[in-house]
Design a protein around this ligand. Sequence first.
Ligand SMILES: [Zn+2]
Length: 332
Amino acid sequence: MTIQRRVLLQAGAGLLTGAALLPYGLHQARAAAPFRNDVPPAWYRFRFGEYEATIISDGRLPLGKPEPAFPASPPIEIVSLLRDNFLPPDAATLEQNALVLNTGRQLILFDTGMGESMGADSRMFGPTTGRLLANMRASGIQPEQIDLVVLSHAHSDHCWALVDANGKKNFPNAQVAVSEADLRYWTDDGNKRGPAFMTTFIDGAKKNLSAYRDRMVMVRDGGEVAPGITAISAPGHTVGHTCYSITSAGQTMVYTGDLAHHHVLLLQRPLWEFSFDTDPKQSAQTRSRMLDRLANDKHLVLSYHFPWPGLGHVVRSGSAYEWAAEPMDLTG
Ligand SMILES: [Zn+2]
């Protein structure tokens, strides 16, 4: 045995002996640090082709009991699918993964999160949403730097952080790209009918979108909102819901917005209907068609509500699909 090894062994034995001799109360005192109950700023940065992408969390969005969110689906099947995938069967949680793309010429934000523009209604899903601006600043990006906000659709969790509680622009130098169908639908008081949330959603969309009325870009199916960024009309969840294909240096990533809200339930059962869909049957058909396309093309997918940070691939599994999450690289 070398001297160094013997010294180490002796030191180790001493530590053990010392620990064993400590009075019980001292052990307890050493371990009694308070729980911090806080979370780190949530952003994730990676290179995509010639672009730099930063996914920014708006925080978790708890849906609560899953059955009401899938009203046409057998409750027993909802529970067993969640259990089989190690998810709590009595509480569904969605993430909110927004994207900032630095193309070298522009900083483009895809969806804004819930924000604080609508007072108590901005917390309709609880206190964990509305973190996008803080997380964006923590990532080193200032809201004033955003040149273009691209919206998948005009729901609360995607456009309500365009303005603050006073109606002031959070992104004062940005244009806003949205489908004409969604802009018309969600700013029309005539659509305040049906589910109770419709009135709140329309009031919120009007407040947020009207602040940018002279800086609007209308998105059309197949049209480019910026070089290499193409709109793919995916209606159903809302009348003008849109996915975006982002291509750089031969790589393509598809920002799917709310094509599917749950990575298990709506990939394994793509034809299930979701309670916040404007047209649930059209939404299911669109989802099926798009998932088929994504599985065939094998493109990288960024899904707004899937587990953080929402990056992965759609994999065919029998007559349905599974989600293959992309490993995160946090070490550079
Ligand atoms: Zn959403």
